[in-house]
Write a protein that binds this ligand. Sequence first.
Ligand code: PGA
Length: 257
Amino acid sequence: MSADRKPIIAANWKMHHDHLVAIQVVQKLSYALEPSDYDTCDIVICPPFTGIRSIQNLLEGDKIPLLLGAQSCHWEDEGAFTGEVAPPMLARMNVSYVIAGHSERRQLFGETDEIVNKKARAILKHGMNPIVCVGETLEEREAGATDERVATQTRAAFASIKSPEAERCVVAYEPIWAIGTGRNATPDDANTTIGVIRNVLRELYREVADAMRIQYGGSVKPGNIADLMAMPEIDGALVGGASLDPGDFSQIIRFRT
Ligand code: PGA
C-alpha cells in the first residue's frame, strides 16, 4: 500500500447470491462498516447482473457509500447479442466499476486479449472504470514466464487507451493457480509481479502510472490481507470466495484493525 494511492477492495461474487440474498448481504456489510472505512478505502461490490438494480436501490435509498460494480459486459452499445449486457445499461444503474478479462472469462468463455481491450475501452467510453485482470497459469509460473505473460496481457488490454482514461483503470493481478484454491501468492511474489505490471504501465503512461491502482486477487482472506496490503505495490484486493460472507469481507476491508 502506498500513501499516494487510495486502496480499492472489490468483491467479485461470481455466480453466487440471488438478488434477495444480495440485498441481505449488502445490508449486513453496511452494518459492519464504519463511516471511516469508506474514507480510507474504495469498496466495490460486483454481484451477478440480476442483483445490480436491487443493490443500486439499497445503496441510494439508505445512502450507503459502497460502489457498485459488474463482473463483465459486452463491448457494443446495443445489438443482436443474445445473453449479453451492454455498457450503457450498466452505466444507467450507476455502476462505477466493471471487471474485464477475469481469468474465468478468459479460460471458460474464450475471452482473448483483444476482447478484453474492447471491453475496457467500452467501459471507459461510458464513464465507468475497468478492473482489468491479468495473471499467469501454474505452468507459465513454473516455466519462469510470469513476467512476460502479465506484461503481454497488460499491453494488450491497454492498447489505444490514452493517459487520462488509463488513470481511471484498475489492474487486478490474479495468478490463476491462486484463484479459489486456498493457495495465495506470497506477499513478496505478488508485490514483485505487480511491480512488473507497474513498470509496463510506466512505459505506456509515464505521467499517470504511479497513480494507477493495482490489486492482488487469489484466495484473499481475513488472515492474509494485512500482509498483502503491507506491500508497497499492492493497492487493494479483488476478493472472490471470502467476499460472499459479509463478516469475512468486512474484516478484509478493515484489515488495519
Ligand atoms: P478467490 O477469487 O478470492 O475466491 O480466490 C478471486 C477472484 O477470482 O477474483
